[in-house]
Each structure stands twice: as structure tokens, then as C-alpha cells.
Design a protein around this ligand. Structure first.
Ligand SMILES: [Zn+2]
Length: 361
């Protein structure tokens, strides 16, 4: 595979980590100048340096939180933390850090203590949040062979530590509900992801707990930790129905949401309804994308770098048009109309809510 093919391949494979680029529809003049709205992409994966990143983020008047993902397999736990720390050191004006936590070894009586020690170090290095991933609930089992749910009591000392330290959590728990349904509709916004990542297609793995079980554990965890700010990534895995998200936001004052890689689900719903949701919860919604890069650009030509940059630019632009204009457009195969949010709402969603959440000055 050449590098461009590799990048395109990764875009598909990481699926929940990048939207497919789509052709967009007719354009209206944008009423609000993109540059005039400060932005934080609160959910990004820029793991490797690129010569264009600094000017790109400047053009978008944007910063980003680099969210570590901890995978576990037979080789152990693989993280992206070190690469993200390097990115943060090289571009402190652009990137912030988010650490991560997995449940591997939860039966060890020192599990919480060891993780708290590690998190202390990573917070000292700059972590502004700690991410928990869908391996809680769907992948990692304890010594008794049970899937570890996020409300497991053995994790409680870690939540208590984070509360004391003032570090919030980013939670990607569960998957879109389509993961528990047959993969029979190529227009489904998650079709490519589950086709390429069948291990997360819960429908084909009956041993994985049900959607409702995982979401209920997540809700109990949020309710039991009302003094811990929790940012539910991917609209809390309820992106197919903003009413479900609204119901939780009403119940749990400590819960926030961001739509990374789920704009296609929002676009599949009525734009007036989604607009109303954004307006009503304008203090609780952030801007996240799951965009990033997944391999070094060693040996790339200028054309390859330009193509990657153009692709990123086009995807950020689609989301900007979706949020700020009333253009007709297509996001992840879903024909929709932009939400046309006001400047006031855009300023909160794109910047202020995230800035407050991670405690920027
Ligand atoms: Zn992500």
C-alpha cells in the first residue's frame, strides 16, 4: 500500500475515528466567519507530526485535546500516550493531553493504587482529562470471567482521586446501537466501521453484554458520581436519538456530551429537532471529531501531505457547515440540512464549554 492508500485504509479501519469524506451539496454564503469562532476539538488523535499542522490549526482558529486510547491484546496494553506527549511538547499552543484507564488487572488488590500513581504522573505531565474506552463493558473481563462494567466498585477509588484532583473523565462507553443490529444496510453510517472491525459488531458476538446493559451501567456510574464531571464521547453512544441524550442531560448535571464521529447519526435525524437539542443544551455540548493521523509521514511526497491536509480540511469544513449554516449537505451518506446555530451557541459549543471543562484560563 502506498501512503495515501494507507491513510485512506486507516480512515476506514479506525472508523469510529474518522468520518468518510462525502460530497457536499449546494452552498449558501456563510453568515458567520469561521475564523472568528475560537475552537477546541475536544476529541482528536493527532499522533504523529506533520509539517502543516501548525498553520492548519491556525487557519481553523483551533486547538485540540489528544485523547489516548489504550487497547489491550495478547501483547499487553498498547497506548498512544508517549506520542501524544511528544506532540504536546512540540506544539504546546495547539495540543492538550488526555490520559486513559483500562480495567486489565482489576482483580489485583493494588489495581486502584497503581493506576492512581500512574495518573498522578501523567497529570503532572499535562493530562487534563482521563479517558475510559469501550473495553469497559465490551472487551475486558475480570478473573471471574465477567465483562467489567464501568460502574464496577473496584474503580471507585480512582473516581474519588480524580474528583479530589479536579480532573474530569471522558467516557466512550458502549457503541452505537447499530453494533447490536444486523449489518444489512450499507447506508447505515457505521456500516464500514463494523465491516472492518467485526470484533466490535456485538450482534455477531452474543457473549458481549447488550446495549441496554452497558448503557445502564454507564448511567448508574454517572449517577453515583455526581461530583465528577463526565464528558460522554460520541453523544454517550446514543447519537441515533437526541431524545435519549436529552433525558440523561436532564437527569445528570455532571454529564456533558460531544459528537465525535457521530455527526452522521445526528444528520440522519430531523435538523429542526437536532437544532433545538443544541440550543437547549448549548452549555452541555462540546465539539469533538475523532480526526487525527495514524502513521508517520516518513518518505511522503508533498502531494501526499497536501492530500491528507485537504481531506482534513474538507471534513472540518463539512462539520462547520452542518453546525453554522443551513446548507444542504451530506455527512456519512446522510442527506441533511445544516443546523444554522447562532454565534452565541457556536462560541459555547466550539470553545467555551470545553475550555471550562478542562480548566483553561
Ligand atoms: Zn477517539
Amino acid at each position: 500500500m502506498n501512503n495515501i492508500t494507507y491513510f485512506a485504509f486507516l480512515l476506514i479501519v479506525v472508523g469510529s475515528c474518522s468520518p468518510a469524506k462525502e460530497k457536499t451539496g449546494s452552498s449558501q454564503p456563510e453568515a458567520i466567519d469561521q475564523q472568528s469562532i475560537r475552537k477546541i476539538d475536544v476529541h482528536a488523535h493527532y499522533r504523529y507530526p506533520r509539517p502543516y499542522l501548525s498553520s492548519f490549526f491556525q487557519d481553523w482558529n483551533m486547538q485540540a485535546v489528544l485523547v489516548d486510547v489504550a487497547h489491550e491484546d495478547s501483547a499487553g496494553i498498547r497506548r498512544s500516550w508517549e506520542e501524544y506527549v511528544d506532540m504536546n511538547i512540540e506544539n504546546p499552543e495547539i495540543f492538550y493531553l488526555c490520559s486513559s484507564l483500562v480495567g486489565v488487572g482489576i482483580d489485583d488488590p493494588d489495581f486502584a493504587t497503581k493506576n492512581i500513581e500512574r495518573l498522578k504522573e501523567e497529570i503532572a505531565t499535562g493530562a487534563k482529562m482521563v479517558k475510559v474506552w469501550k473495553n469497559f463493558g465490551m472487551v475486558t473481563k475480570d478473573a471471574s470471567g465477567n465483562f467489567i462494567q464501568i460502574d464496577d466498585a473496584r474503580l471507585q477509588p480512582i473516581w474519588d482521586f480524580l474528583k479530589e484532583t479536579g480532573i474530569p473523565v471522558m467516557a466512550h462507553i458502549g457503541e452505537p446501537v447499530q453494533a447490536w443490529r444486523p449489518l444489512d444496510d450499507p447506508m447505515n453510517p457505521h456500516y464500514e466501521y463494523y465491516k472492518n472491525n467485526p470484533q466490535y459488531h456485538a450482534f455477531a458476538h452474543p457473549e458481549i453484554p447488550g446495549y441496554e446493559t452497558i448503557i445502564a451501567a454507564r448511567d448508574r456510574w454517572i449517577a453515583a458520581n455526581l461530583d465528577l464531571p463526565i464528558l460522554c464521547a460520541h453523544m454517550g453512544s446514543m447519537s441515533h436519538n437526541v431524545d435519549m441524550v436529552a433525558e440523561r442531560l436532564d437527569k445528570y448535571p455532571n454529564m456533558m456530551v460531544e459528537p465525535a464521529a457521530r455527526f452522521g447519526d445526528l444528520a440522519s435525524q430531523n435538523s429542526d429537532k437536532v437544532r433545538e437539542f443544541y440550543v437547549k443544551y448549548q452549555d452541555r455540548i462540546m465539539f469533538g471529531t475523532d480526526f487525527g493521523n495514524y502513521g508517520p509521514a516518513k518518505g511522503w511526497t508533498a502531494e501526499q501531505l497536501n492530500a491528507e491536509q485537504d481531506d482534513l480540511d474538507a471534513t472540518y469544513n463539512d462539520l462547520w457547515r452542518y453546525l453554522s449554516t443551513t446548507d444542504s449537505l451530506v455527512i456519512r451518506k446522510q442527506h441533511t440540512r445544516g443546523l444554522g446555530l447562532s454565534r452565541e451557541v457556536l462560541e459555547k459549543v466550539y470553545f467555551q464549554n470545553a475550555s471550562n471543562f478542562i480548566g483553561l484560563q
